[in-house]
Design a protein around this ligand. Structure first.
Ligand code: AHM
Ligand code: MG
Length: 280
């Protein structure tokens, strides 16, 4: 596992350099999910693949940008990753990230053993969740990631990131979001789940919601590359990740690019979600 985390540090350094120096334009092609790719999606995917395939404890890798896994004849862990999450924000210079889920035996929620993500913001930060959740920051002079602190969520936060197209929200979802705002929650939504969820973690709590909607009942965010890794991070930080009814980590992945409604947050807000969705 340590070897994989060390590889992720090298990946983070190289992707961070690519973001600063390479073309931020779009590709003519789409990825396996049908999303328009930017050139940096493809470059980042190649960087991750290069390092993870050279990591002996990795048995298989599966990318959000690929249709099927790349398998090796050695190793123990399956790594599912989104090389450049939020890449549609690249051309407006907002923060983006990389997400890694480290699995054993399969890609269901129960198979995830560790997770990590990298935020490419004004500074490069990396969060690693194993037994505990640790924050590291890149020292630009030494090119080393330095430990900053352990991350723990409070029981209740103050910020709210409500995703999905509001026009298609279910009425009960809208009522819940409106009532949280009436309670005093403040809006924090950039359109990049890595910085948005990172902010909630570091500000000690709140709610990020990407619900199922009338047009997309299964939501947008993908289980393997986005939802399970963050559900693991939040759980280890003392928070929760649910699909409205159940712990996200009890869900199965029906296919590699399977999506699910998802809510991440601290105890108070997640209880509000469970009460709202109960019986719906
Ligand atoms: P991507 O993997 O294609 O970048 O899409 C994932 C991103 C998340 O980072 C973010 O939370 C979500 O899509 C934003 O979606 P929306 O534009 O619908 O708010
Ligand atoms: Mg993504």
């Amino acid at each position: 596992m340590t070897e994989i985390i060390e590889s992720i540090k090298k990946i983070a350094l190289e992707i961070s350099e690519a973001i600063k120096t390479k073309d931020t334009g779009k590709m003519d092609t789409q990825n396996a999910c049908g999303d328009v790719q930017v050139k940096l999606d493809v470059i980042s995917d190649e960087i991750v693949e290069k390092y993870l395939l050279a990591t002996s404890s990795v048995k298989e890798i599966m990318s959000e940008e690929k249709e099927a896994p790349v398998k090796k004849n050695e190793g123990k862990y399956l790594v599912a990753y989104d090389p450049l999450d939020g890449s549609s924000l690249i051309d407006v210079d907002l923060s983006v990230g990389s997400i890694f889920g480290i699995y054993e035996n399969g890609y269901n929620g129960e198979d995830i053993k560790a997770a990590a993500y990298v935020v490419y913001g004004p500074r490069v930060e990396m969060v690693v969740a194993r037994d505990v959740v640790e924050l590291f920051r890149l020292n630009e002079k030494t090119k080393e990631f330095e430990f900053v602190k352990e991350i723990k969520l409070d029981k209740k936060g103050k910020i709210l990131g409500p995703g999905g197209t509001q026009k298609y929200w279910y009425p009960y979802h809208k009522e819940m979001i409106d009532s949280l705002f009436k309670e005093g929650y403040r809006l924090r939504y950039s359109g990049g789940m890595v910085p948005d969820l990172h902010q909630i973690l570091l500000k000690s709590g709140g709610l990020f919601a990407y619900p199922g909607t009338e047009d997309k009942p299964k939501g947008k965010l993908r289980k393997l590359f986005e939802v399970f890794p963050f559900a693991f991070v939040y759980k280890k930080a003392g928070g929760f990740g649910v699909d409205g009814y159940n712990d996200l980590l009890t869900l199965k992945a029906e296919h590699y690019h399977d999506t699910t409604p998802c809510f991440f947050g601290s105890e108070y807000e997640i209880n509000r979600v469970l009460e709202t969705y109960k019986g719906r």
